[in-house]
Design a protein around this ligand. Sequence first.
Ligand code: SF4
Length: 676
Amino acid sequence: MMKHVLTTCPYCGVGCGFYLDVRDNRIVGVIPSKSNPVSKGYLCVKGWHAHEPVQHPDRLKKPLIKQNGKFKEASWEAALDYVAKRLSQIKAKYGPEALAVCTSARCTNEENFLMMKFGRACLGTPHVDHCARTCHSATVSGLNQSFGSGASTNSYDELPFMDCILIIGSNPTEAHPIVGWRVRTAIDNGAKIIVCDPRRILPAENASIYIQQYPGSDIALINAMINYIVTEHLHDEKFIAERTEGFDELWEVVKDYTPESVKDITGLEPELIKKAARLYATNKRSCIMYSLGMTEHTVGTDNVMSMANLAMVTGHVGKEFSGVYPMRGQNNVQGACDMGALPNVYPGYQPVTDEAVRKKFEDAWGVKLPSKAGFTLTDMMQKAIEGSLKCFYIIGEDQVRTDPDTHMIERALKSLEFLIVQEIFLSETAKLAHVVLPGASYAEKDGTFTCAERRFQRVRKAIEPLSGKTDGEIVCEISRRLGYPIDPDPKNALDEMASLTPIFQGVSFERVDTNGLQWPVPSKGHPGTPVVHLGKFRRGLGKFMPIKNKPPAEVPDEEYPFILSTGRMLFHYNTGTMTRRVSNLLREYPRNFVQMNPADAEQLGLKAQGSRVKVKTRRGELVVAAEVTDKIKKGVLWMPFHFSDEPTNVLTNSAFDPVCKIGEYKACAAKIEKVK
Ligand code: SF4
């Protein structure tokens, strides 16, 4: 008898809905859900194959304890007892601040809430963070400063009805395909698309204007657009006067950024910038869509605030059919941030340093909580190397493959006295652990994910956990052993979170059940919020941030004359832990490669596509195949980061944004050599 279990895709932040077909406790297929408000019956190629990794033979099913450098299988009892004993020993010896927890954007909201609570209330450490640090922490900090909320302002359903969509540092066709389909529908409906990207990505083929700026020159580009808009009186004076503050300070900086003056920085003809600025400003329904191409820079926060400036100058925010759409990477990275899996906030972005907020959580949880913000993930790696961080509990993340500068990350994790990794496959990070706890995939648990349009959606258990426990249950069993029992039931966890969080008060399994629910949901009867900042920004007045252009931490020089940028492809997802275990996806792109311009290839003497080349940076080197294409500018290289055997992040730069601590994946200096 076939069972069809309605759930949410575990890959990207779009949040498509599908049924898992289950027969005899085996998941045998995926069928798109026509009634899902996000995907409306469509899926991308990853979604169609989302069932395959779940029961792959490589899945971890038993805990592993390392003895004399080798993993040995252990019972749950033995492994959890051992973990609890080591956590308690390290805490007793060095204090709670020697411990840190990395929660998971792959796990549910409820599990992130439980993990965050475990870290703060049970371990007593302020050091709680997760992988948003390496993708959209710049969005959280940037949009929060400009608008008072660090999430998407509008909804996917508005996209097909836009007049103009400015896509910058984002490739929706490959990285967020079902949103890419909405953009395609907008084009069919007559929308004008502006694509700004150092690579001529697929959306550029259908764009009215394609802008191929140099990596790391986005602030100069946006400031020049604002300069032109104001000079030509295309700005929205009424909106600026009534809804914003700081315009004069912005203009003080932006007045010097004429389109002519940024030609050398951006590599762009002034007329192209003017045309784009006019198109975006003069259309009634204009929005901005961006992603990691804007956030993964040492100026990630500044990039985000620059886009907010552009939206506010033109009045294209705070109303329907406008806004700023940050396309979130992981299935539940929005939710993990929302649940307070960040070092400075509790759920709903309530500051840990606010005494009234802290007291509310202390009263609810019956313990004294840390009164200061903890380390970011970026800081944690440095603290591990320096020796003040002794123990790290990492859940569902493969930092060795995802974080910039692989060798530095390995050094940090090897410096720890105790590393616990909870994973579904033996990742490169798990290989360095002292104990590996086998986690559960999305198909083995109940809960919710929150997608990039702030929509809570249900995740439903299709089969029992292969290891016998969900991630939430594992964390709660450790907590119980440490003398702080936590209820692992996901429904209760969501209710508890909602009761403590003003913007999620009205969220519950029942209300999320059919169509999901877009936050803020401040009360039980509240219908949810498709558009935020209507009539008033969440911070009151929108704040213009005067921002000057700054170059990337590393710029090309004589020794390293290229700019290397990185990104995602349609057929793979992040480190490929799941997609490289799907034969149809692996068949399309089995190995890593570097894209380079034909002129650079000729200069190097490359005769054929696929010739082997060595890419070198100050941190490492990698031999890969060359894909010669005029989609990329001369002097620029691009690589995906999905391939564990040829890991691009040995090359990338761990220099980080000083505000949000995101690493600079999108621009570093590199050189390239022909391999004989
Ligand atoms: Fe899954 Fe994203 Fe593809 Fe939708 S677009 S099916 S959420 S990977």
